[in-house]
Design a protein around this ligand. Sequence first.
Ligand SMILES: Nc1nc2c(ncn2[C@@H]2O[C@H](COP(=O)(O)OP(=O)(O)OP(=O)(O)O)[C@@H](O)[C@H]2O)c(=O)[nH]1
Ligand SMILES: [Mg+2]
Length: 447
Amino acid sequence: MPAVSTVTDRPDADYQASLAAIQAAIARFKGCNEQELHELSDDLNELARMAEKLRSGRVEIAVFGEISTGKSALINALCGEQRAAVNVRGGWTKDVWHVPWESAGYCVPGLEQSQVVLVDTPGLNEVDGAHRAEMAHAAAARADLVIFVADSDLNDIEYRALVELAASDKPLLLVLNKADLYRPDQLRDLLALFRGPRLAGVVEPQNIVAAQADPREVEYVIQSADGRTRSEWRRPQPNVEEVKARIVELLSADGKALIALNAAIFAADKSDRMSALRVRFREEEAARTIWSFAVTKALAVALNPIGAADVIGGIAVDAAMVVTLGRIYGIQISTNNARSLAASIAKSAGLVTVFEAMVSWASSAFKALTVGLGVVVTAVPQGAAAGFGSFIVGQAARYYFQHGASWGAQSPKQVVSQILANTDKQSVLDRLKGEIMKKLALNRHAK
Ligand SMILES: Nc1nc2c(ncn2[C@@H]2O[C@H](COP(=O)(O)OP(=O)(O)OP(=O)(O)O)[C@@H](O)[C@H]2O)c(=O)[nH]1
Ligand SMILES: [Mg+2]
């Protein structure tokens, strides 16, 4: 077997690689929790559809554009029969329709069972049409080739949509439809305008063509042999030949590679979205966990009348927090190791532990001797300080797990001092005090 793949092997290899990329993206969903699955269910469905499309070798051409520009009429003209509903009323197409383009009698080289499908989409600028515009965008995202239909000079919405579509790197055809409504010189000027600087780098000049998908009836004056004249209204034939020719050229040139590339980009996009979402959920969960343990610690220390238990309980709370954080980041850590990690972070934070221990020692005697008011006066700052210590231990442990159970290029001390520098200590203490006061107030009411 030759070591270097030949030109004809290439699309096949790309095709298989794309299918593998889609399947890998689908497999990654298996690791999602319920909340993630709920949020990503549309993406998962789209990936499954893309996998099916790739396996069956279906080529999708999405027809996109503002309302009433003649998208459905163009599909009918390409098929040579009435397949999509056309109407003078704007906003007629309400859903995304797939119309097999059998009459093209065409299949992509290398994909012998390929079926070309024209995808009709709802018009862009509709009132209440946000949802439909979304559907149209999703159809364009899946398509292998996009046809943008305009019927006059481009307005701002059309221009922005074109730029957005061009960013996806799939072939983009701009069709100036309703050519029958223009004089030849007007049509020439419009096409020249489209092929000018505004769309340079957005649509390639050879991908800008004119069409008349459903020309209006025109009056013909017919002169008979005896010189008498009569008039008759006739509808000229649709003319979409240039559009058809350009589609076939594009697909023949690199149809299979194009489909493969499109699917690979699609899979990569979905994977990125999934990763971003998982990171977001994980970070939110980590933040919630740290805060809830910090509050637990603050309450335990504030409400516990025995000083020694403050310290012992404190370490246990921190160790449990570290184990929980490890689990969130997919890292198993034993309670003993968690305890040492928490202790070493606390040691790096120096001030916090000393402070915590001192306050704990100094006030425990006071707490034991006094009742009521004494507890409130000392317990609140003491508990808040202990909670703050846990908060810092939690942030540092989170950094450690975020970096795959390592401090990366930094020392633990550097990480902890950065965290301390970036934390608004007063606001964390105030929030913790608030939590303790709430709990104390509840206790009093209970009494
Ligand atoms: N004069 C002329 N009219 C056309 C041509 N193509 C379409 N039309 C008319 O334009 C109107 C809208 O056509 P549709 O095909 O329904 O347009 P659409 O873009 O699918 O519209 P929505 O689905 O509502 O967004 C209809 O009245 C068509 O007859 C054309 O080439 N020339
Ligand atoms: Mg339509």
